[in-house]
Design a protein around this ligand. Structure first.
Ligand code: MN
Length: 233
C-alpha cells in the first residue's frame, strides 16, 4: 500500500454498545461545568442560571470501563467526577429543545477525571482548563445503552463509590440544565454530529483519588462503570 500519510494516523476510538457487536465511534467530547447546584456550592460557586458553559476533551482521552489507568503526571490532587453521558447519533444545528432529543443515540456512565490543583491554578490566573481536564485517560465511559432501552430521563439515581465507600449520590432530576436544553444550547455554537459525546456534569461529592483506588459507579437503567487507579508512571 502506498502510504498517504507520513505515519500511521491516530486510532478512531470506539465505545461498546449494549446489545450490539458494533462500536460507537467517538467524535468530540463536550463537558458541562457546574450542572448540579450542590457541586457548584462545594466548589465555592453560585449557580449561574443564565447559560451553561463547557470545556472539551480529545476523543483520545476515552478509557473503557473496567480498566486500570496510571495515576496521571503533574498533579497532587486527582479527582473523580461521576457523570451522565449523552451519546449523539444524529446531527443538530440550531435545534429547538423540543426537537433536540431526536439527535440522541444513547446514554452511558462517565468519569470526568480532573487534575483539581491544576484547575484551581488555571482559575486563579484566568487561564484555560486544558491541563486540568483534557489529558490522557481523563474520560472514562461505560458501554452505551441505546436511548430506546433507557427510556425517559427522570429521577434516576447517579452514584459513585471509591473502595466501597459512597462518595457521590444524586439524581438526574437534579441536573440544572436538562439534556434537551444542553443539546439545543450547544447546537447554537456547533454543528453537532453523530459521535459527539456530552458529559453532563457531576453531582456533589467530588474528591481525591490515590494509586490503588477502585471506583464503581452507576446510573439506574445503565450498565455500571468501574476503574482502578494504578501507580504513577
Ligand atoms: Mn465534570
Amino acid at each position: 500500500m502506498t502510504a498517504r500519510y507520513f505515519f500511521a494516523p491516530q486510532d478512531t476510538v470506539g465505545v461498546p454498545v449494549v446489545g450490539s457487536e458494533k462500536l460507537y465511534p467517538v467524535g468530540r467530547i463536550f463537558c458541562v461545568g457546574r450542572n448540579y447546584a450542590e457541586h457548584a456550592k462545594e466548589m465555592g460557586h453560585e449557580v449561574d442560571r443564565e447559560a451553561p458553559f463547557y470545556f472539551t476533551k480529545p476523543a483520545s482521552a476515552i478509557v473503557a470501563s473496567g480498566g486500570t489507568i496510571p495515576y496521571p503526571p503533574g498533579t497532587q490532587n486527582f479527582h473523580h467526577e461521576m457523570e451522565f453521558v449523552v451519546a449523539l447519533g444524529g446531527s443538530a444545528f440550531r435545534v429547538a429543545e423540543a426537537e433536540a432529543m431526536g439527535a440522541v443515540f444513547g446514554y452511558a456512565c462517565g468519569l470526568d477525571l480532573t487534575r483539581r490543583d491544576l484547575q484551581q491554578a488555571a482559575k486563579d490566573k484566568g487561564r484555560p482548563w486544558d491541563l486540568a481536564k483534557a489529558f490522557e485517560h481523563s474520560a472514562v465511559i461505560s458501554p452505551i445503552t441505546p436511548a430506546s432501552a433507557f427510556g425517559a430521563i427522570g429521577a434516576q439515581r447517579i452514584h459513585l463509590s471509591v473502595n466501597g465507600e459512597i462518595r457521590q449520590d444524586s439524581r438526574l432530576s437534579d441536573l440544572i440544565w436538562s439534556v434537551p436544553s444542553l443539546i439545543s444550547h450547544l447546537s447554537r455554537y456547533y454543528h453537532l454530529q453523530a459521535g459527539d459525546l456530552i458529559y453532563t456534569g457531576t453531582p456533589a461529592g467530588v474528591g481525591k483519588l490515590v494509586a490503588g483506588d477502585r471506583l464503581e459507579g452507576g446510573i439506574n437503567g445503565l450498565g455500571p462503570i468501574a476503574l482502578t487507579i494504578g501507580p504513577a508512571e
